[in-house]
Design a protein around this ligand. Structure first.
Ligand code: F6R
Length: 610
């Protein structure tokens, strides 16, 4: 998510590093910074916001040198502001560090360093690294020795690059769990977290593995392990174009993000599921056990795709925790006179954390006495700052305008919250464990759907010229039908409607003829038999049936034109699987219609106006 780039050589580094940061900007950003070592100490510039803000700062207040490191941040620890932006420095401004990853024992290390007299300037975990290296620097020992000593005290993950005014011609970098590579030039070397940052300068790279450290000077580079033993590394040649690399080899960000979902839902769950107890650990709720037990109403509010995940959350909470729950469009909620009390919890769902209507709805709920809980992806966004407590999605930056991976992470976060709530109220440990175990299986199950994306592409080819689509589902899969229709509308500009399958006969059935593709979201759950009757109704009127189901069903034979199978799971988790083919269907149809999938017309990624 964050990005690192560093340079040692003879050229002026600042422009080159800022260029590199711009190449990483697609990964998401909230702040950025640069530090140079130029023989006269270290100079640092940092700015909140886009790389262009940092660039203006550097243009206005130039920074010089041919050895430097730079970073673009997507906040995990501490708000996105100038102070928390990297590089971080030690007490004496001798060391500057950029870091991707998480230092898990940073609290203990920080306390230890403070006791030794170190003063901290930021709220980040990264800053402990600068102070640890400062503490380890001994006499004229080279920088790498101090970095090794520091890293031996650290638990967690890191990709780091370090410069020091005492060793002004050198960058030391190291990796554990967060990617890092060295770029090889003529009398110049680069370090980067992502090849996109340096590809315009070199295609020869050395990938660092976990536990390895690189030492770069204009004279050359070497790779050591953390016992300072030299390691011989192979050089790789990168053949991809810049564009391909930024998109990780995918044609569009949307497709990349669809394919990231096995990983992103895992990130949402990481460290939060307690399988044995069928429970979840959610550190940021700021709600006591008593608060959760005494709630008598939950209001979920959101817009668009996030509202669809809210509808699923409503079913989760009512079914499992037996608390009355309403999901409301944020834009409607804020302008009516809702019943809210101090026993109400308002759950606010937003990928960006900046949607104006959602933010206003949250403020309105607060004003009326409700506690607020934000399910937000972007750390430090306004909703995340103003809510009373929250669950971060940890899905990574979502660049494609059509939301995909945020949706599945939102549903996972809602399932985690439901587990906690329900287990504190009325859910048995056996039931809790069943849900938790089924959640753990989801990443592999999503992967198995993605492995057959070609089947969905073939269906897209067949229906790419349709002018209307109907999406039908029941129970947990009715919101999925809404989401499938929204995805198609927004990127392919085909008119699509999502409906509860049984409601179809109260009106929309009039639309059905041989030209109408109807997508049924019909996994084998408690309402499957009911949906079969609805499929029959469509088939009898000549509609073309595309059915997302979960197992071979003889009852469907002869009734459906195209079938897409998802693996079996428990009823409540089907939406996380059934939505995947619908995302793919919308994507492939839009591509086959020659449309700009990542930036559909009239849409913005984050709607910050009313
Ligand atoms: C649809 C989509 C939008 C957003 C909506 C809310 O693909 O992206 O419908 O879901 O604008 O945005 P967030 O979740 O950022 O509040």
């Amino acid at each position: 998510m964050c990005g690192i780039v560093g340079y040692v050589g003879r050229r002026a580094a600042p422009g080159l590093l800022i260029e590199g940061l711009k190449r990483l900007e697609y990964r998401g950003y909230d702040s950025a910074g640069i530090a140079m070592s130029n023989g006269h100490g270290l100079e640092t510039r940092k700015a909140k916001g886009k790389i262009s803000t940092l660039e203006s700062l550097v243009n206005g207040n130039p920074i010089h040198g041919s050895v430097g490191i730079a970073h673009t941040r997507w906040a995990t620890h501490g708000a996105p502001n100038e102070c928390n932006a990297h590089p971080h420095t030690d007490c004496t401004n001798t060391i500057a560090v950029v870091h991707n990853g998480i230092i898990e024992n940073f609290g203990a290390l920080r306390t230890m360093l403070q006791k030794q007299g170190h003063t901290f300037k930021s709220e980040t975990d990264t800053e402990v690294l600068a102070h640890l290296i400062e503490a380890a620097l001994d006499g004229d020992d080279p920088l790498e020795d101090a970095v090794i000593d520091a890293l031996n005290l650290v638990q967690g993950t890191y990709g780091i690059a370090v410069i020091s005014s005492r060793d002004p011609d050198k960058i030391v970098c190291a990796r554990k769990g967060s990617p890092l590579l060295i770029g090889l030039g003529e009398g110049e070397f680069y370090v980067a977290s992502d090849v996109a940052a340096i590809l315009q300068h070199t295609r020869q790279v050395v990938y660092l593995d976990d536990g390895e450290m690189g030492i770069l000077t204009p004279q050359g580079y070497e790779v050591l392990d953390l016992n300072a033993r030299r390691i011989k590394k192979g050089v790789s040649r990168i053949d991809w174009s810049l564009d391909e690399i930024e998109k990780g080899g995918f044609d569009h960000f949307m497709l990349k993000e669809i394919f990231e979902q096995p990983q992103t839902i895992q990130n949402t769950m990481r460290g939060r599921l307690v399988i044995e107890e069928g429970f979840s650990k959610l550190g940021g709720l700021n709600l006591s056990k008593e608060d959760l037990q005494s709630l008598d109403q939950i209001i979920i509010t959101a817009c668009g795709t996030s509202w669809h995940s809210g509808l699923i959350g409503e079913l989760y909470i009512e079914e499992n925790a037996r608390i009355q729950t309403e999901t409301e469009y944020a834009s409607e909620f804020r302008y009516r006179n809702p019943i809210v009390s101090d026993k109400s919890l308002c759950v606010v769902i937003s990928q960006s954390g900046e949607t104006a209507d959602t933010l206003a709805a949250m403020r309105e709920a607060k004003r009326r006495g409700a506690k607020t809980l934000g399910l937000v992806n972007v750390v430090g966004s306004t909703i995340a700052r103003e809510d009373d407590g929250g669950i971060y999605l940890h899905a990574g930056p979502e660049i494609g305008v059509a939301s995909t991976k945020a949706f599945t992470s939102q549903v996972i976060a809602l399932a985690l919250f439901t587990l906690k709530l329900a287990r504190l109220r009325n859910m048995s440990v056996v039931k809790g464990r069943e849900i938790a175990e089924a959640m753990l299986a989801l990443p592999d199950q999503i992967q198995s759907i993605l492995d057959h994306a070609g089947d969905v592409e073939a269906i897209a080819d067949r229906f790419k010229d349709a002018t209307n689509f109907l999406y039908l589902g029941r129970g947990y899969n009715f919101p999925v039908a809404l989401e499938g229709a929204l995805k198609l509308k927004e990127i392919s500009y085909i008119h699509a409607e999502g409906y509860p399958a049984a409601e179809m006969k109260h009106g929309p059935i009039a639309l059905i003829d041989e030209e109408m593709p109807v997508v049924f979201v019909a996994p084998h759950d408690a309402v499957f038999e009911k949906v079969v009757s609805n499929i029959q109704e469509v088939k009898a009127r000549g509609g073309k049936v595309i059915c997302i189901t979960s197992q071979r069903e003889s009852v469907l034979e002869g009734m459906i034109d195209h079938e897409i199978r998802v693996p079996q799971t428990i009823d409540m988790l089907y939406p996380i699987l059934t939505v995947i083919p619908l995302q793919l269907l919308a994507y492939y149809i839009a591509v086959k219609r020659g449309l700009n999938v990542d930036q559909p017309r009239n849409l913005a990624k984050s709607v910050t106006v009313e």
